[in-house]
Design a protein around this ligand. Structure first.
Ligand code: 6OD
Length: 469
């Protein structure tokens, strides 16, 4: 049974709830659901720790970040196992992406924060400079698709800038957060700096509305974000939202086709399509459209299916497959539930799927599906491709496949997206701003943008009596 981690101690309080293995549907563990009392206890613990933690020099907090990175390395195998048990991710991905990114997040933000210069502004007779202060207690609400990667992506900058935190992972994926609580305890992190509570959305709602919480960082569904936004509006709490996507991939006829097909396979099907950055709309220049569809469909049939996180989510994805069929789509690959004839048949799998022939106005092409599926449509001109990519309520990420250097620059800057990858997908430099436009989010995290969100400047202005010496 997973217990909350509050003030450096395990807390077993609240109703138990089950966590399922998406590969088989079996219950893998139970966790306690945070009720109002638990949430209040966690926020109080974070507040009590806040003053001393904020008073540490940034170099010392950076040292703590490195020790947490070391602690993750020491518990690497446990974290991989916990993440796989909750999500059904492939071992190779978890070993090479999810857990290593946790280590990288702590190491990167230790450096970025420790090396950041302060700002000073001079006028005759006037010196102004800024000092940055942490928000205080930050609520960190983490989704189920990349639980450890995204938790640490938020924790590292929040902590290194001097905040204390209350983390709530998704009810579907509490395991790696529980191991991380152990890492904090084993590292001797001061009690209350990191607190972890478990529960459904209701626990998250209690957390964000708690008056002792000073800021909220959330990655997840746009619908949940609007609820959080309304909740915190009365207290004008700072928010950072990284939300859904309906990401476009543009494939021009001057691309390296092998590379573009490889990239499309990766950007559509990684993590079972359950990454906010995954491509769900592919637009391919007409002269290579047919060949591209044939090649993508053939590759899709070779992709090892990955489970969706829950039965409910699997049914949601399947409802879009049914919608596509009912609207007359041509299904080039997949479109159903795979049959394994083994223990996986009780799990939450869907087939990697490629469809064509739907209207741009179909809900299939407008709503985020969050599964291993894409719609492919042809375009004739660069302008049309850009218009198609931009005709979305979302604006998180886009991919471009072209060997034309001028075209790459020209098109990339005209796309309404926070992130554009050219001839690649999801390659990350942690110093860069990360986030989306339109329904895909508010604010940016990454590099100094994270430090800016998790702290606020105070401007100190001094009148100099002898200005010109
Ligand atoms: O890689 C990252 O830093 C990041 N924030 C990824 C987000 C993925 C959303 O599903």
């Amino acid at each position: 049974m997973l217990t909350h981690f509050i003030g450096g101690l395990p807390v077993a309080a609240g109703n138990p709830f089950p966590v399922h293995d998406p590969v088989t549907g079996a219950v893998v563990r139970q966790a306690h659901e945070a009720d109002p009392e638990v949430v209040d206890r966690a926020v109080r613990a974070a507040r009590e720790a806040a003053r001393d933690w904020a008073a540490l020099p940034v170099g010392e907090r950076a040292g703590w970040m490195r020790r947490l990175a070391d602690g993750i390395e020491a518990r690497f195998d446990d974290l991989v196992a916990a993440e796989i048990a909750d999500t059904g991710k492939p071992y190779e991905q978890t070993r090479t992406l999810d857990v290593p990114r946790g280590i990288a997040n702590f190491r990167a933000f230790a450096e970025i924060a420790a090396q950041r210069p302060d700002e000073a502004f001079h006028l005759p007779g006037l010196l102004s400079y800024t000092v940055r202060r942490p928000l205080g207690v930050v609520a960190v609400i983490v989704p189920w698709n990349l639980p450890f990667l995204l938790m640490t992506w938020k924790l590292a900058p929040a902590l290194v800038t001097g905040n204390t935190v209350v983390v709530k992972p998704s009810e579907a994926t509490p395991g790696s957060a529980a191991v991380f609580a152990d890492v904090c305890a084993e590292a001797g992190l001061p009690p209350g700096v990191v607190n972890v509570i478990f529960g459904y959305g209701a626990s998250g709602q209690l957390l964000v509305e708690h008056p002792g919480v000073d800021g909220v960082t959330f990655t997840g569904a746009t619908r949940t974000a609007t609820t959080i936004m309304k909740t915190v509006a009365d207290r004008v709490k700072p928010i950072s939202f990284e939300l859904g996507g309906k990401n476009a991939g543009l494939v021009f006829d001057d691309c390296d086709l092998d590379r573009a097909v490889d990239g499309a396979v990766q950007s559509v099907f990684t993590n079972g399509g359950q990454v906010c950055l995954c491509t769900e709309r592919l637009y391919v220049q007409r002269s290579i459209f047919e060949e591209f569809c044939v090649r993508l469909a053939s590759r899709a049939q070779e992709v090892e299916p990955q489970p969706m996180i829950s039965l409910e989510h699997r049914d949601k994805v399947l409802s879009y497959y049914a919608l596509a069929r009912s609207e007359g789509a041509k299904v080039h690959a997949g479109g159903g539930v795979p049959v394994f004839n083994d223990h996986r048949d009780s799990g939450y799998f869907v087939e990697p799927t490629v469809v064509t022939g739907l209207s741009e106005w179909s809900r299939f092409n407008r709503e985020e599906i969050f599964g291993p599926v894409c719609h492919v449509a042809p375009f004739d001109s660069e302008t049309e491709a850009i218009d198609l990519a931009n005709s979305s309520d979302y604006g998180l990420a886009a991919t471009l496949w072209t060997t034309g250097l001028d075209r790459a620059h020209r098109v990339a800057r005209r796309l309404e997206a926070g992130l554009v990858w050219v001839n690649t997908w999801y390659l990350r430099d942690l110093r860069t701003p990360f986030g989306g436009v339109k329904l895909s989010g508010i604010g940016r995290e990454g590099g100094t943008q994270s430090l800016d969100f998790y702290s606020e400047p105070t401007t100190i202005t001094i009148k100099l009596e002898q200005p010109d010496v």
